[in-house]
Design a protein. Structure first.
Lengths: 337, 292
């Protein structure tokens, strides 16, 4: 059926931001970090808890951003990796009595392996097909966690309850506040790692693949290796976020990790700006707070209000928060002159 | 052996649902090269419109006809109002738009018609078909309508000027514009047709799964699966994909021990991923050759 073949010029599915525009300058980053470190000192426990959740979701969105914005691969299945991370951490804490901080790297490694292995068959898929395959993974995950065979470890439908860690070294700090600073430290470390990753040789390989796979392989980039690597790294970071999420919520259950979570994370990435790492936190704020705002505007129509708000956001800034940041940067630049 | 035949028949019956939905999905994919996540919700809304018209005293076929026309217009209006402004935005932003549309339609339907389950009539009756307990006349009718739709679509795309223009606009938008085709309106037309086909699918599915705002959730996933399995570029493939998914789902539920209703979906999806890994363009899809 040679005649039925279609030849098209490949247009990148993810439009490419210039590399310098993928991160913030040092000054802005430090100011933001300072702000994040200071706010809890003046906030109530509930708000601190929400900020912890914000950071955790921001990590998960960041992971998706590396995969989609970095290497150009779609995923609607991040909730599966998040679930594996959460469950690994919970099981290690409950059944093996491992310290909560140590479960994070272990969850990360488990998820890296899982993502890497999933990335292997997914290599043959791209675009919408890859989206469907990952979507399938996300749909299947809650059912797999409920399996009777795994019940002695996973606790089946009931899930597992996790203890919240106390602040160490006799620090006089509430559990929520300690967990917040712990999360902030982990997130900052992972953010720095991600920024450097994208600046490195591997990061450039990711972006070359994103922009044009054929051209990238012609330049000598091992496309298969870097695509699976991107999947692995993304899954690993999502796994760490999942583990932190399990510790923060003190509870894991199969139905917390449905496709809805994967879709939320995807929306977070789009709102934050695809390929713009600092946007992850804006995206995370959107997916945490906007549903609440929608609910407070109208209980019966919360879904519709959420949809309308989402439409407003993508109409006003189709390139996400990155667009606003770039606009602001240009404005500041003009005023400076 | 009898069990096998019965299960295959039952699979074809459920497969008809997926085939209907897959046809609507392929229709929109032809026009915009993207999967519309709100497709199922749009179909659900249309079905509610038909139900409302019947409540107001119209006969089935009157309501059917009006609903199809309304859905066609509705599809075009949605495209013009919401997605035409996003035509230049990145693809991922468009996908976010579909999700937003999903939330809006679902929530509005819930508010207007609430979440109680409603019965939807069938024009074909529900007696056993040809004496078989597994396929009812409604399901046979559904298969018939799906095949008829497929035939109509084939004739439309193959033998009408406007069908040709739509294919051209989808395949090579730039060149199509140069020969005087209004590609922007072709996309709107694609939305309209997809909404109309979706409404027919919704009205055929509703007597089986019952009418409520969340009725399309599962169906849409299977519809996507069917469309992708058959190949997103081929309406014929989508219908065959629908039947195959239905049959496989039933056989897996019957023959693989430990697979209850819970694991039917994951197994069906695993099969699809397997097929995609072997044949990335789907069973009947055309491979697209890319150049740098």
């Amino acid at each position: 059926m040679a005649a039925a073949q279609e030849v098209v010029t490949e247009t990148p599915t993810v439009e490419a931001p210039p590399k310098r525009a993928m991160t913030l300058g040092y000054g802005t980053s430090l100011a933001l970090l300072g702000l994040l470190a200071l706010v809890p000192l003046f906030a109530k426990n509930f708000i601190i808890f929400q900020m912890t959740t914000l950071l955790i979701y921001a990590l998960a969105v960041l992971a998706l951003n590396i995969l989609t914005g970095g290497s150009g691969q779609f995923s609607l299945g991040q909730s599966a990796f998040y679930a594996v991370g959460a469950y690994s951490s919970a099981i290690l804490m409950e059944h093996a009595n491992i310290n909560y901080a140590l479960t994070l790297p272990i969850s990360g490694v488990i998820c890296f392996a899982f993502g890497y292995l999933f990335g292997k068959p997914a290599l043959r898929l791209s675009g919408i097909y890859l989206a469907l395959a990952t979507f399938a993974l996300a749909t299947a995950m809650p059912q797999l966690l409920k399996l009777g065979v795994l019940e002695p470890w996973t606790g089946g439908v009931q899930g597992l309850v996790v203890d919240k860690p106390d602040a160490p070294f006799g620090l006089k700090m509430s559990q929520d506040m300690w967990l917040y600073y712990f999360t902030l430290a982990v997130s900052t470390a992972i953010y720095i790692f991600s920024v450097n990753l994208l600046k490195s040789r591997s990061g450039r390989a990711f972006m070359a693949i994103r922009d044009n796979e054929i051209a990238a392989s012609a330049m000598g980039i091992d496309v298969a290796r870097y695509k699976t690597l991107a999947f692995g790294i993304s899954a690993g970071i999502t796994g760490v976020a999942g583990a932190l999420g399990a510790i923060a919520v003190q509870f894991v259950a199969p139905d917390s990790y449905t496709v809805t979570l994967a879709i939320s994370l995807f929306l977070g990435m789009v709102v934050g700006g695809v390929g713009w790492l600092p946007g992850s936190i804006v995206g995370a704020a959107f997916i945490i707070f906007v549903p609440n705002i929608a609910e407070s505007i109208s209980k019966g129509l919360s879904g519709a209000v959420f949809g309308v708000l989402l439409f407003l956001v993508i109409f006003l800034m189709p390139h996400g928060a990155r667009q606003v940041a770039m606009f602001g940067q240009r404005l500041v630049g003009k005023l400076w002159k | 052996m009898e069990l096998l035949i019965n299960q295959v028949l039952a699979g074809i019956a459920t497969g008809a649902i997926y085939a209907c939905m897959a046809l609507a999905i392929v229709m929109i994919y032809q026009a915009i090269e993207n999967l519309n996540f709100a497709q199922g919700e749009m179909a659900m809304f249309s079905t509610f419109v038909a139900w409302q018209l019947m409540q107001w005293g119209l006969s089935y076929w009157e309501a059917f006809l009006i609903t199809v026309v309304l859905s066609f217009v509705g599809g075009i209006v949605i495209e013009r109002l919401l997605f035409k402004p996003l035509a230049k935005a990145p693809i991922l932003t468009n996908v976010a738009g579909f999700i937003a549309l999903f939330a809006i339609v679902n929530s509005c339907a819930g508010l207007i018609w609430d979440f109680t389950i409603k019965e939807f009539p069938t024009p074909f009756g529900s007696a056993p078909f040809l004496g078989s307990q597994l396929i009812s006349t409604h399901q046979a009718g559904m298969i018939g309508v799906t095949l008829l739709l497929l035939l109509l679509l084939f004739f439309f795309f193959r033998f009408t000027r406007i069908g040709l223009a739509m294919r051209a606009a989808a395949a090579l938008p730039e060149s199509a514009r140069l020969v005087g085709i209004n590609t922007s309106w072709m996309i709107a037309l694609g939305w309209g047709m997809a909404a109309a086909i979706g409404s027919i699918a919704g009205m055929l599915i509703a007597p089986v799964v019952f009418l409520e705002p969340n009725m399309m959730g599962g169906v849409l996933i299977y519809g996507f699966a069917a469309a992708v399995l058959g190949g997103l570029t081929s309406p014929f493939g989508a219908v065959i994909g629908g039947f195959l998914v239905g049959i496989f789902e039933n056989l897996a539920g019957t023959y693989i021990p430990g697979v209850g209703n819970e694991l039917k979906l994951p197994i069906a999806l695993a099969l699809i991923i397997f097929v995609l890994v072997v044949r990335p363009a789907g069973l009947f899809g055309r491979a697209i050759v890319k150049r740098v």
